[in-house]
Design a protein around this ligand. Structure first.
Ligand code: F6P
Length: 378
């Protein structure tokens, strides 16, 4: 008689900022894991924190039903770092506790749904000996080695709709409206929605701007009879001077060779970032001064990552979730399951962790934006 195959027990969690499509991915992974591969699935609540605190939830058929289109994450999330988790006001290395919890739950694998921070955490857990798998989620589209991450397309739709809508009110009032768009340190969301929504100016972290250049674009528009402008600005976009200040602060962090020096450099970098946080309002103020046109700010904020996922993200999350379950069944661990072209690919986590996919300044989206006359502030 053939030996009975051991039932695999798998843990799953969602970490980092929430994004539309997380529940579609939990469902895709869970249904394939249970129905196709005969596995057992448990969820950890609130990302890496729930994993460290061993807060679990059974994920069976009924729990996975009816969540395809639900926004957010049914598991909850957090932005904790496994090696420096704040517990009772102190940063602690929770990796040994997490390894214990993994063993206590008799897990064969742990599936982490998240962005760049989650890839770093997953890689740390991989090095600690856990069988880890990562599925790429982010509205920022800034994960390397994958063309797609669920959440991005939904956010792109929302931000595009906002840029569209700002046109009529900017036009009616002869105003400049500066729309701040998320994306962390990458400009994909601002660039994509700026192009799709027909923004007159798009400002990205990858292309530092000057007020003079933006004012010139606006003045040329006024000369042509357009007495309004919509500016799509990525939250990480900076003036040439501010970008240089931040780059210098980052270099100090990289070059510090003592723990104390590093801590001081990090504090300085945080202070620089805090100073730049008001950038969008400062920009609108300077544009009003430079052009004489009344200026307003619209921060799109968390609306961009709330609500139901679009069809692209539901499809992508289901593809990656089911492919992830197959990877676990095959014992293919230590990888991110992403896409390149039309293909689902398995990329070693060490190639992903700690890297950021910025917009290349010669990217064809940038060429397209320039060729339709969009100002990029440079
Ligand atoms: O990474 C997704 C994202 O929404 C970024 O675009 C944004 O910079 C950040 O998260 C906001 O983070 P938090 O949810 O911690 O405020």
């Amino acid at each position: 008689m053939a030996a009975k195959k051991k039932t695999k027990r798998v843990g799953i969690l969602t970490a980092g900022g929430d994004a539309p499509g997380l529940n579609s991915a939990i469902r895709g992974f869970g249904k394939a894991a249970i129905n196709e591969h005969g596995m057992e699935l448990i969820g950890f609540r609130d990302g890496m924190r729930g994993l460290a605190e061993n807060r679990t939830v059974e994920l069976d058929g009924p729990a996975l039903s009816g969540i395809l289109t639900v926004g957010g994450t049914i598991l909850g999330t957090s932005r904790d770092k496994v090696h420096r988790m704040v517990v009772d006001g102190e940063a602690r290395d929770m990796i040994p506790t997490i390894v214990e919890n993994y063993e206590k739950n008799k897990l064969d694998a742990l599936v982490c749904l998240g962005g760049g921070g989650t890839a770093k955490n997953a890689n740390r857990l991989l090095k600690a000996g856990l069988n880890v798998l990562h599925l790429p989620k982010t509205i920022d589209n800034d994960i390397v080695e994958t063309d797609d991450s669920f959440g991005f397309e939904t956010a792109l739709e929302i931000a595009t709709d906002a840029v569209d809508r700002l046109h009529s009110t900017a036009h009616s009032h002869h105003r400049i409206i500066v729309a701040e768009i998320m994306g962390h340190r990458a400009g994909w969301l601002a660039l994509g929605s700026g192009i799709a929504g027909g923004a007159d100016i798009i400002l990205l972290p990858e292309i530092p701007y000057t007020i003079d250049s933006i004012a010139q674009t606006i003045e040329q528009r006024v000369k042509r009879g357009s007495t309004f402008s919509v500016v799509a600005v990525a939250e990480g976009a900076r003036t040439v001077e501010d970008a240089a200040e931040l780059a210098a602060a980052e270099a100090l962090v990289r070059e510090a060779d003592t723990d104390e020096g590093k801590a001081a450099a990090k504090r300085h970098k945080k202070a620089v970032e805090a100073k730049h946080r008001e950038n969008t309002f400062t920009l609108a103020h300077h544009l009003e001064e430079a052009t004489g046109l009344e200026s307003r700010v619209s921060i799109l904020g968390y609306v961009q990552r709330g609500g139901i996922p679009c069809s692209h993200d539901r499809l992508l999350a289901t593809r990656l979730g089911t492919a992830g379950a197959a990877a676990v069944a095959e014992g293919n661990f230590g990888v991110m399951v992403g896409t390149q072209g039309q293909q689902v690919v398995h990329v070693p986590l060490e190639k992903v962790a700690g890297k950021v996919k910025y917009v290349p300044t010669d990217h064809e989206w940038i060429t397209a934006a320039r060729q339709v006359g969009t100002g990029l502030g440079d």
